[in-house]
Design a protein around this ligand. Structure first.
Ligand code: IVH
Length: 696
């Protein structure tokens, strides 16, 4: 996007032309964002345009008009919803775009100046919170009952979305004032907070959309906004939304029987007792040092949170001080948003490659001009499959929006039609595998193309080796993709057993391989020979056999030979193995070359303990299905999963009536609602440990 730079030297007429163009663009993009819930440019790009306009207007104040995008916040309400005039305007917060620690330092300095604090005066107390990336909502309770939910709209006028908001299980329909010590419900109170969609819920929704050949959502925020403003509450109800409370709007004054809060932190505690979700990551911070520490801590945690945040928010804790500081235009002086690097950016597509996965799945991947997104430099982004690439109509040379959030692979979410080059060619999936030349086939009813070359295809072979060597399979430490590329490309290894025939000399002869590293690989290979049956089975990469299935098979049959010789019916007897999986296992071991690979691996010394199915350890969780959500205090998800499966339990991805326990950690989102709604028992990490020890 071209932004005017020398405008201050330019005559007013040139400035006027730039300004008209910028306003036009900003109006259009604001409409797409606020009214259509379908933006085509990333927020960061909108901000750049906005700042360019502000800069021109600062130099030419005579050109500022009332309808300039700089003069209003938010979007016009959608005519389909009744408008609501907010009893107290919904404000915005001043944003510190400086993603260095100085953002926090500057804010603290400003607060101290405005409060006229002497240098020696003690540190100001703040509450530091997450800046949730969803949409602001005002929930009005009268006599403790939810009577209205309104979007922010332009800050003064919002939309009445009460019907849709009532479908969000996390939002209390009535304040819970029964808890010991809870404040009584005030005559009127407006609770403000953010409606959002968790990342896993968003990914699952998009996966469903893709399977149904429907348009996918750009990001969780747009999906949430679309759901909230969905005209059909039944559809809204199917979209998994969550909520966090972070403030108040209108409240009955104390003299008329309203509550008295002394601090923002106290207010958050009260909201929690009334039944609102309040982020457990909100925390008191003393002075600039602790704000900086908070910013850095949350920045590190950002990728592992179950929802998107675009920064943190600092608020002066004392409500008396907040009042003393007041507002500038529509922003409180006592709060600031301190942003993190944007999760969406614009870049250009240099080429579209097709990558071959372990099972032969062909994935179109956009090679991008390097761009800094969500804190890392991204050069590749997935386009998922041919249909998706076509639906998004991404072509070489296009300017596209790239999104990278959490640990998810970066993806191209949309392209900018106005930047399309005239001769850009439509993407088509090649008819042959780009690596081995075998036919690329797309089976009836499947969205993916696959290379039909099997282990003849060197790409599939490399992936198969990496899969076998990964940490959760037999684990060959230090065997990474660069090394596997070299080993396969040079023809040193062709099959899995070749890996175990590698000698020091052939390894040390490879590029960039020091004697020491070669020895390390040899040692790691040696170490990997002693493994377990589930790890070995999982490592073979049989289609549809993940870790849980591998464990179930090992437990059921006790030994590998029994599995290899099992009939489809025999396999179906394993808990959790359905017809597709049973057939896949049977077909795999029906192929002589696969049996040969297994025999050779055994001959190379791979071994594990086998047992009769009867000699099993106690399995306190056998037959139980658990779902994990949120961040556990000490266990990683993988560790929790291992413990559960080790005790005979199963870990599922979503809560249903068949779920026995929801294991919930911090920031548990919609799964927790779902569990409560269905009456599923909710346990924490300690609860899990009790179950493992045989408790109930
Ligand atoms: S406080 C007076 N706290 O950011 C301050 N806002 O520009 C009112 N937001 O539209 C807002 N997380 O949707 C506040 N912890 C948080 C927030 C938060 C996200 C959003 C909110 C608002 C925008 C402020």
């Amino acid at each position: 996007m071209q932004t005017p730079d020398l405008f201050d030297a330019a005559p007013a007429s040139a400035a006027l032309a730039e300004l008209t163009q910028l306003r036009h663009l900003l109006h259009e993009h604001a409409h797409r964002y606020h009214v259509l819930d379908a933006p085509t440019i990333p927020d960061a790009e909108y901000d750049r345009l906005f700042r360019a306009l502000q800069a021109i207007e600062a130099v030419h104040p005579e050109l500022v008009s009332a309808d300039s995008p700089t003069q209003r916040v938010g979007g016009a309400p959608l005519p389909a919803f009744a408008s609501v005039r907010h009893a107290m305007p919904m404000l915005s917060i001043r944003t510190e775009t400086d993603t260095e620690a100085s953002g926090a330092v500057n804010f603290d300095a400003r607060v101290r100046r405005e409060l006229a604090l002497a240098e020696a005066a003690p540190a100001v107390e703040y509450v530091a919170e997450l800046k949730f990336d969803g949409l602001a909502m005002s929930l009005r309770y009268e006599q403790g009952v939810l009577v209205q939910a309104a979007t922010r709209g332009d800050g003064e006028l919002g939309e009445d979305v009460t019907q849709n908001i009532r479908t969000i299980g996390q939002i209390p329909l009535r304040l819970d004032t029964a808890a010991p010590g809870a404040l009584p419900a005030p005559p009127v109170i407006e609770v403000r907070g953010e409606v959002y969609m968790g990342r896993a819920d968003f990914e699952a929704l998009n996966e469903r959309q893709r399977t149904a050949s429907q348009k996918t959502f750009v990001n969780p925020r747009n999906a949430a906004a679309g759901a909230v403003r969905q005209l059909d509450p039944a559809i809204a109800a199917q979209r998994p939304l969550s909520f966090f409370a972070y403030g108040l709007g209108e409240v009955t004054p104390a003299e008329a029987g309203g509550p008295v809060f002394a601090s923002h932190h106290g207010l958050l505690q009260t909201l929690k007792t009334w039944g609102f979700p309040v982020s457990s990551l909100a925390s008191i911070a003393l002075g600039a040092t602790e704000l900086v520490a908070y910013y850095e801590r949350i920045a590190r945690q950002r990728d592992s949170l179950p929802f998107d945040i675009d920064g943190v928010v600092y608020k002066v804790n004392s409500l008396a001080l907040q009042q003393r500081m007041g507002f500038v235009t529509r922003e409180p002086r006592w709060a600031v948003a301190h942003k993190f690097p944007a999760q969406e950016q614009l870049t250009t597509v240099l080429s579209i490659d097709v990558q071959v996965g372990r099972t032969g799945k062909l994935t179109p991947v956009a090679k991008l001009a390097p761009v800094f997104v969500g804190g890392v430099t991204v050069t590749n982004a997935t386009l998922h499959n041919e249909d998706e690439a076509r639906r998004k109509d991404v072509r070489v040379g296009d300017t596209v929006v790239v999104r990278r959030a959490g640990d998810v692979i970066p993806e191209v979410v949309s392209m900018l039609p106005e930047k399309r080059l005239p001769d850009a060619m439509l993407f088509t999936m090649p008819a042959q595998c780009p690596v081995c030349g075998s036919a690329a086939v797309r089976e009836e009813g499947e969205a993916d193309h696959r290379c039909s070359g099997g282990l003849f295809c060197s790409a599939q072979r490399k992936q198969a080796i990496l899969h076998f060597a990964q940490r959760r399979a037999v684990e060959v430490e230090g065997l990474g993709d660069k090394l596997v590329d070299q080993l396969v490309d040079s023809g040193i290894i062709r099959t899995l057993p070749d890996l175990y025939r590698l000698g020091l000399t052939s390894l040390a002869a490879l590029d960039r391989m020091a004697d020491k590293s070669a020895q390390n690989i040899v040692d790691a290979l040696q170490k990997s020979k002693q493994t377990t049956l589930p790890r070995f089975l999982f490592g073979l990469g049989i289609r549809h056999v993940g870790e849980a299935t591998a464990k179930a098979l090992a437990k059921h049959f006790g030994g590998l030979d029994a599995i290899m010789d099992a009939s489809v019916d025999g396999l179906l007897a394993v808990s959790d193995v359905g017809p597709v999986v049973a057939q896949s296992i049977h077909t795999f071991f029906g192929q002589p070359h696969n049996r040969e690979v297994v025999a050779q691996l055994r001959a190379c010394g791979l071994h594990w303990e086998e047992g009769a199915p009867a000699e099993r350890k106690p399995t306190p969780l056998s037959g139980k299905t658990l779902v994990i959500t949120g961040t556990l205090p000490t266990l990683s998800r993988d560790q929790a999963k291992d413990l559960i499966e080790g005790a005979g339990g199963k870990v599922a991805g979503s809560v249903s009536k068949k779920t026995h326990y929801l294991l919930a950690g911090l920031e548990a989102g919609s799964k927790l609602d779902k569990a409560r709604e269905l009456g599923v028992a909710v346990i924490d990490e300690n609860g899990l440990k009790e179950l493992l020890n045989g408790g109930t």
